[in-house]
Design a protein around this ligand. Structure first.
Ligand code: SF4
Length: 446
């Protein structure tokens, strides 16, 4: 495998690259989708969506939980009577919550999750959360956030959820020593690997937000140095900084290079010396580099096109181009947070086509002209593109799968090589079959 280019040697980059800004029809899931990974992360939280049957259907089918399995999410359905203003939604909501908490005493944190319908009828869930919190505290904290699909994309559900939780974080003691906090939901297996690496560097205890238990909320204050583990947490970052926390700027922990730079940012801020850092990270780094060799053979020289979907697109593009030799035809992202993504943009190959926002028909036209080997897109686009002969990767799978850190670097690469291999097996002379226009189902949000 070619050696990973050390960050200090990166030339060019896309720091000041022009960004094509698009507004038009979008093909994304809504923020309710975040419940699927958040309910697994915070193990004593419950997510009550206040929405329609469509919302219930989305959550139930996306999460795929069997009905006898006592899930930790549900939908309080707003029906025609509520929409017509014939019933008092607040009274009904109070009844539903009271019944739920009586039946499920293990719930310690309840999120009322807003949706398109609750926003359309202007149901004030923040007042409902305050009212219910004062009724059920200290046993159960009740918070609210919006998961609606109006002008949002699906990873914003996590951002809104975590931002709503920040005011509940206890204040750190004045004059406390600097403390590290990792922000963004990570799979437990990934979190445990990072805990071990930080501990071996002599850093710790390191707080993770969100925590696994609602009553283990980390304290926060001007001594808090936080590292974002996900690139889609703009509102959470604002809320943390309003409490005095300071963000450590770093690429995101995808791939060997991203993980090393991310860990390095923490080590530098917390005063870990260079030798110790090297000693702790070298074995995992070398293991990950050699695991990537096989993937590089499959992926080097292949062209990839990103439709805007998960907000992970820029860190993924950086990993795939620099560590696996893939060629970036277009990197689209729903929102481009220039400050949080600055270290990533600096590492992208100069001249990369970047786009922000979505005008799906224009992007489909550009994709058809580019004829990439693989397209990363949402579920609504994947089937029509496959029917045209393109190989696709569902963006949402990248959020559900543990992909951060050294041990996951090769698994992450394999998520891209597998569909290419499958296509090759089905059709050894594989190439996009047609450039004809496909009727793409237009279902904004849901
Ligand atoms: S986009 Fe659909 S599923 Fe999502 S909140 Fe709106 S109505 Fe519910």
């Amino acid at each position: 495998m070619n050696a990973v280019i050390p960050i200090k040697m990166a030339m060019g980059g896309c720091t000041d690259a022009p960004v094509l800004r698009e507004r038009g029809q979008r093909e994304v899931f809504c923020g309710l989708t975040g419940i699927i990974w958040l309910h697994r992360k915070i193990q004593d939280a419950f997510f009550l969506v206040v929405g329609s049957r469509t919302c219930a259907h989305l959550i139930q089918s996306a999460a795929g939980v069997m009905i006898f399995a006592e899930p930790r999410f549900a939908t309080a359905i707003i029906d025609e009577r509520d929409l017509a203003g014939l019933a008092d939604c607040n009274d009904e909501l109070d009844r539903v919550v009271t019944r739920l908490l009586a039946r499920r005493p293990e719930i310690k944190l309840l999120f009322l999750v807003g949706s398109c319908p609750s926003e359309v009828i202007k149901l004030d869930l923040s007042r409902a959360a305050q009212r219910l919190s004062s009724q059920f505290m200290p046993k159960v904290r009740v918070l609210n956030y919006s998961g609606s699909g109006i002008e949002t994309t699906f990873t914003q559900g996590e951002d809104a959820c975590l931002a709503s939780l920040v005011p509940s974080l206890p204040p750190a003691k004045a004059n406390a020593a600097p403390a590290l906090m990792v922000v963004g939901a990570l799979a437990d297996v990934v979190e445990d690997q990072f805990v071990r690496l930080f501990a071996a560097m002599g850093l710790g205890p390191v707080a993770f937000f969100p925590p696994r238990q609602a009553n283990s909320l980390p304290s926060i204050g001007p001594n808090t140095r936080y590292l974002l583990a996900q690139p889609f947490l703009a509102d959470t970052a604002v809320a943390l900084e309003a409490r005095g926390a300071q963000r450590l700027s770093a690429p995101f922990p995808l791939g060997v290079e991203g993980t090393t730079a991310w860990l390095q940012a923490a080590a530098t801020a917390m005063g870990v010396d260079a030798d110790r850092f090297e000693q702790v990270t070298a074995p995992a780094r070398e293991r990950a580099e050699s695991a990537l060799v096989r993937q590089r053979v499959q992926l080097a020289g292949k062209q990839i096109f990103f439709f805007p979907d998960s907000q992970l697109e820029i860190p993924l593009a950086r990993f795939l181009s620099r560590e696996l030799g893939m060629l970036l035809t277009e990197v689209g992202t729903p929102y481009l947070h220039k400050q949080h993504l600055a270290p990533e943009l600096a590492l992208l190959p100069a001249g990369t086509v970047l786009s922000e926002g979505q005008h799906v028909e224009n992007q489909l036209d550009r994709c058809r002209v580019a004829r990439p080997d693989i397209v990363v897109c949402g579920l609504g686009l994947a089937n029509p593109l496959e029917a045209e002969g393109f190989t696709t990767k569902w963006a949402i799978e990248l959020v559900f799968t543990p992909i951060q850190g050294y041990e996951q670097a090769a698994d992450l690469a394999e998520l891209f090589s597998r569909p290419l291999l499958r296509r090759q097996r089905i059709n050894p002379k594989s190439a996009p079959l047609s450039l004809s226009k496909t009727l793409v189902a237009s279902v904004p949000g849901a």
